[in-house]
Design a protein around this ligand. Structure first.
Ligand code: SAM
Length: 254
């Protein structure tokens, strides 16, 4: 039986029982292997674009005796599945921008998919924007820390025609309990649910992001080019808004 990391376990916990799953960028196919061993899924495709991880996935599935349940396929993103073949897609451990481009390129494979379980390592805002633009309802957000790294897991479900008109509401500019107004852009960056819950690890993430942004500003300030000056202003404004949100939510913390 494979044992998952805390991060992969939290992804596994979000897969509905009886699902047919495509795990894209599966690497060692640990997630589908665990799901099959636990009897959570009835079928899976483990997709990999790179030869090394593809072979590792094949080995894992073969050695676990799960070849009847998990098919390991080589290919880019959703190219490894046919439309209607799976009802859940998991993508974990890559950047949000790549994740959004995989979903965009594979749109024709999405009819019939009911759940997307996504764990971007960075750039979660790309994923939230893609979901919103493509009629997916962000259903939940989770944040966790493991081995000094912080991860977010976003789950989305297909929105019916009626719901589609209400998806924007999640990102509507709103007044936080501490009196600060948070913009759509900041909600897409910091998470519309996470901002409400504001767990300790989320504060830790944004304190660390602020340090990275401060370093970017320091670098930009070394240049007198117009583009650098404009970028400095933009990043400084972003930092200001993030700080305001954090300070305001710290204030109202129980
Ligand atoms: N999903 C596993 C996890 O979360 O532990 C593995 C994450 S690993 C860091 C990212 C994997 O995605 C790599 O094995 C890489 O080869 C694969 N990958 C990157 N781009 C991909 C794409 N366009 N299609 C399929 N796999 C991709």
């Amino acid at each position: 039986m494979v044992k998952l990391s805390k991060r992969l376990q939290m992804i596994a916990d979000r897969v509905p029982v009886g699902s047919k799953v495509a795990d894209i960028g599966s690497d060692h196919a640990l997630l589908p292997t665990y799901l099959a061993q636990q009897g959570i899924i009835v079928a899976a495709v483990a997709g990999e674009v790179n030869p090394g991880p593809f072979e590792a996935a094949q080995k894992q599935v073969l050695e676990s005796g799960l070849s009847k349940i998990i098919q390991v396929r080589s290919g880019d993103g959703l190219a490894v599945i046919e439309a209607g073949e799976v009802n859940v897609i998991t993508i974990a451990g890559m950047g949000g921008s790549l994740m959004a481009s995989i979903l965009e390129a594979g749109k024709s494979k999405l009819p019939g998919v009911q759940h997307l379980i996504l764990q971007p390592n960075v750039g979660e805002d790309h994923v939230r924007r893609w979901l919103l633009a493509n009629g997916w309802k962000l259903e939940s957000e989770t944040i966790l820390e493991e081995d000094g790294k912080i991860y977010e897991i976003l789950t989305a479900v297909t929105a019916d025609t009626e719901e589609r008109g209400t998806l924007e509401a999640l990102y509507e500019e709103r007044l936080l309990p501490g009196g600060v107004t948070v913009s759509k852009e900041r909600l897409q960056q910091m998470g519309p649910y996470l901002i409400n819950e504001a767990p300790e690890v989320w504060f830790m993430k944004w304190e660390s992001e602020l340090k990275k942004l401060a370093m970017i500003v320091d670098q930009l300030k070394l240049s007198t080019a117009e583009a650098s000056i404009a970028k400095t202003e933009q990043v400084s404004q972003e930092m200001h808004e993030i700080k305001e949100v954090l300070a305001c939510l710290q204030k109202v913390k129980p």
